[in-house]
Design a protein around this ligand. Sequence first.
Ligand SMILES: [Ca+2]
Ligand SMILES: [Ca+2]
Length: 317
Amino acid sequence: MSKFFFVVYHIIVLLALSSPKLSYSEPIPIRNHSPMFFGILFPTFDSPRTLLEEDTKVDFTMNYSGIFNFRYKDDWIAEFDMDLTEIAVEMRKGYSNGLELGINIPVLYLGAGFLDQVILDFHKTIGVDDSPGPEDEPRNRYRYRLAYKGKEWNSPTPNKFLLGDIALWAKKELLSAEKSIISIKMILEAPTASTTSGLGNGSPEFAVLLLAERRFEKLTFDLNFGAVAPGYIDRGEKYALNNYYFIRGSFSYPIFRRFSITIQGTSSEVPIIEKKWNEITVGGRYKMASGRIITVGFLEDVDTAAPDFTFYLSTTL
Ligand SMILES: [Ca+2]
Ligand SMILES: [Ca+2]
C-alpha cells in the first residue's frame, strides 16, 4: 500500500469510528444551468421531509458551470460559451402539521471563465473527443448570443454580480410513515432579475412538485415529479414558453458514519429550442461534529441541451 493510501485509509477509519450516526442523506439540490433554461424556473431536487415546527435552516449554496453550447434550430440561433456562478441563500422554516415555507435568493455572475484548457485536457485523459466543438474554439471566451427569427435578444452583463429570480415555496407532508414520506411542494418564482442586463425572463412562474422518499435499511430512495408553468420571456415582445414536466430519482447511502454518497439523475422536457434535458449527478454529504453539513455534487449532462458540467457546493449555517 502506498503511503498516500495508507494515510487516506486511516483518515477514513477515524471518521467512521469517531462520530454519531449519520441521520442526514437526501438528494443534492444542484442547479440546472443549461442555457435553454436561463432565467426560467427549474426546481431543484428536494426531499419530502419538512422541518419540525419552529425549526429553521439556512443554506449557502454555490453552483459553478462551464457552458459551451452552439445550436441552430428552426428559427433559433443559440451560441453560448461562458462560465456561470450562482451563489444563493436558502432559508426554510417549519410550521405545525408538516408544513414548511422557504425562500431562495440567488446572485449570478457570468464571465469567460478560466477552465477551458483544464477540461479539454481532462476529456482527453478519459478519452472524450471534443472536436468539433470547444477544442476548435478560442479558450476562455465570453459569448452569449440568442436570436429568434433574426431578432437578437438582450444579453446579460458579464463580469458583474446580478440578482436572479427569487423563489418562494410551501411544502406540505401528505403522508408520513416510518419508512415512507410523500409531500407536495408549490413554488412561485418572482421576476426580480433584470430582463435587459440580467438573466430574468420577466414573468412570474409556478411549479407543483410531488416528492416521495422510501428508506430500505441504510439506502434512501427519493423521487421528484414536477410540472412547471414558466409563462413567457419578456424581451420587449413576449415569447410564450411551453409548460414542461420533469422527473428525478436519487439513491443515497451512508458509507461512513459522517459521510453519505448520492447518485441521482433527471429527465426533463425543455421549454424552448431543444426537446429534452438529461443529467447525472454524483455527490456526497459530510456532517461535521458541530452539526454543520457540507454537500458537494458534480453534474454531467448526457445530451445536447447542456452545459459542460456543474459543480455544487453548499453548507448549512
Ligand atoms: Ca424566472
Ligand atoms: Ca468556454
